[in-house]
Design a protein around this ligand. Structure first.
Ligand code: CIR
Length: 263
């Protein structure tokens, strides 16, 4: 069983009316909250279709970006770690996630120094890759290293490309040895030792997909990359992402994916 892409559980949070005020690097329009909710329901249905149990948390209007739950925590088989988001408006999302994870994990640790957001963390079968970014700094990474090293994990700090929100904006794990990545990120050499599949030119916005059990869940509307992934043997499910994309969000951001330790 591969702990890096095989999961029994996921946690999502519904986007609220405040999503219209979510952070974005470039304003490409205000998200339509009804359509966002429709896409969100499709996303949850895709996760559930693999047999996973999905907890859907209620929207919290105090946090316009609260539906991007991935940034608030890191869930590993042995423990959960509450992150410390680098975006000031998102800091409180971590505290909101803590009691939820305490209900599922006996061991919930917390980042207390620097900043780190889950979107910058790619957990593979052999290591944890973390991209430094505007949201994730060396102090936060060192703090996470101290927490997870005793559990046998090794952390490798790499660089999120300039102008890219998160490391995983540009890459995804496809299986134990394969990563989907943009050419600009793969060119940095950070995936040496892995097999890399490049997203098609012009389709960089679909690099943020997720492998979730038997499925690769990708944003709708990237036919060339879909064809590449299908030819490589992956079972693809597309989910509409037009509204989350207006807030720089994608498939990984919308869930925490994990298998809690047996009680
Ligand atoms: C933000 O800027 O923080 C949100 N609008 C988008 C967060 C996306 N999360 C992710 O890539 N993990």
């Amino acid at each position: 069983m591969s702990f890096s892409y095989t999961f029994t559980h996921a946690i999502c949070r519904r986007p609220g009316a405040a999503a219209t005020k979510g952070l974005r690097a470039v304003d490409t329009g205000t998200p339509d909250t009804d359509l966002f909710l429709e896409h969100h329901a499709d996303y949850i249905a895709a996760l559930q279709s693999t047999g996973a149990h999905v907890t859907e948390l209620a929207a919290d209007e105090a946090f316009p970006d609260g539906c991007f739950v991935e940034d608030a925590a890191l869930c590993l088989p042995e423990l959960a770690v509450i992150m410390r988001p680098g975006a000031p408006t998102r800091l409180g999302e971590a505290a909101l996630m803590k009691p939820v994870l305490e209900g599922l994990y006996a061991n919930v640790a917390e980042i207390t120094r620097g900043h780190i957001e889950g979107g910058d963390i790619l957990v593979t079968e052999r290591e944890i890759l973390i991209g430094s970014s505007d949201r994730t700094d060396a102090q936060g990474v060192e703090n996470l290293r101290e927490i997870v090293t005793p559990h046998g994990y090794s952390i490798r700090m790499v660089q999120t490309p300039p102008g890219v929100l998160h490391f995983k904006t540009d890459c995804s794990l496809l299986d134990a040895r394969t990563i989907l990545a943009t050419k600009r990120l793969a060119a940095s050499g950070c995936f040496e030792g892995y097999d890399v599949i490049h997203v098609a030119d012009g389709e960089e916005a679909c690099a943020n997909t997720i492998r979730f059990n038997n499925l690769v869940i990708m944003p709708a509307g990237f036919p060339k990359t879909r064809a590449i992934l299908e030819a490589a043997g992956y079972d693809i499910r597309e989910v509409g992402n037009s509204e989350a994309a207006k807030l720089d969000g994608g498939m990984s951001c919308l869930s925490l994916r994990f298998s809690p330790p047996a009680a």
